[in-house]
Design a protein around this ligand. Structure first.
Ligand code: NAP
Length: 246
């Protein structure tokens, strides 16, 4: 697994309390090659594994991001897997729009903050751990609906726009980070429709064989990541290992 990275590598998973994030933590801990795993979530996470450092913070706040940077203290980070994302949030008044008149600026701003600004702010704060000469992979969960070229159905204005912005920010960061670390690989990943809280309200019309378990997706995404090399940095892939148009 992740042959590109050295034995005993250091990994960080954000959104580790979510469906895909928690499955990724389990998948990483299945490998003896992981040396240290920083598990970041708003909820308390317990793992009976001395390699785990749990951190209970809200990564969408500056305090949360600063706390993660403090734990790493500029030490080399080999894998950053970002599984933070929002599509609906009753308390915050966020719901995917079906029609133009449902568009709400404050909900849009919230979704942009969580899905687009937060992953980039994370890279900003962890820059000291990303730059250098060590192999380093940044894998951030996007969504196929964030592809402008692939948008055949419309709707979900805020979520689509936030994932398109996420992709642009990651692509742009990939260019800068390649100058700071020649071994850097920055990837935007589409997990496929996965059985989590995020997709739960929209699963009714998804055929059973198209609704993946988080464990399956975590395994697939690790395979897709494994197949990438530094020359692939700044690209967008689905769970099956197929590239997605921007
Ligand atoms: N499930 C799907 O079908 C699907 C399809 C395409 C793309 N994706 C993408 O995959 C990623 C992971 O989604 P998932 O399906 O695993 O969803 P999930 O179970 O809802 O997990 C998302 C996690 O993101 C963090 N988060 C969400 N809203 C937040 C907020 N307002 N403030 C702070 N943290 C927040 C939380 O992490 P903590 O609980 O750890 O704090 C949450 O558990 C997302 O980026 C999503 O857009 C999912």
């Amino acid at each position: 697994m992740l042959d590109h990275l050295p034995d005993g590598f250091t990994a960080l998973v954000t959104g580790a309390g979510g469906g895909i994030g928690s499955a990724m933590v389990e998948a990483l801990l299945d490998s003896p090659r992981v040396g240290q795993l920083l598990v970041v979530s708003r909820t308390e996470r317990f793992h009976d594994d001395e390699r785990v450092t749990p951190l209970k913070v809200d990564i969408t706040t500056k305090e949360g991001i600063d706390a993660v940077a403090r734990v790493l203290q500029g030490r080399p980070l080999h894998l950053l897997f970002n599984a933070v994302g929002t599509l609906h949030d009753h308390e915050q008044g966020v719901a995917p729009e079906k029609r133009l008149e449902q568009f709400d600026v404050s909900a849009f701003t919230r979704v942009m903050h969580v899905n687009a600004a937060t992953p980039l702010r994370l890279l900003t704060a962890l820059n000291g751990s990303l730059k250098g000469s060590h192999p380093c992979i940044v894998a951030s969960l996007s969504a196929r609906v964030g592809s402008i070229g692939d948008n055949g159905f419309g709707g979900w204005y805020s979520y689509r726009a936030s994932k398109a912005a996420h992709n642009m920010l990651m692509k742009t960061a990939a260019i800068e980070l390649a100058r700071l670390n020649e071994q850097m690989i920055v990837l935007c990943l589409h997990p496929g429709t996965t059985d989590t809280a995020l997709s739960q309200p929209f699963q009714a019309r998804v055929p059973k064989d198209k609704l993946f378990t988080p464990a399956f997706v975590a395994g697939r995404l690790l395979t897709v990541i494994d197949q990438r090399r530094p020359e692939d940095t700044g690209s967008f892939w689905d769970w099956a290992g197929e590239p997605i148009e921007w």
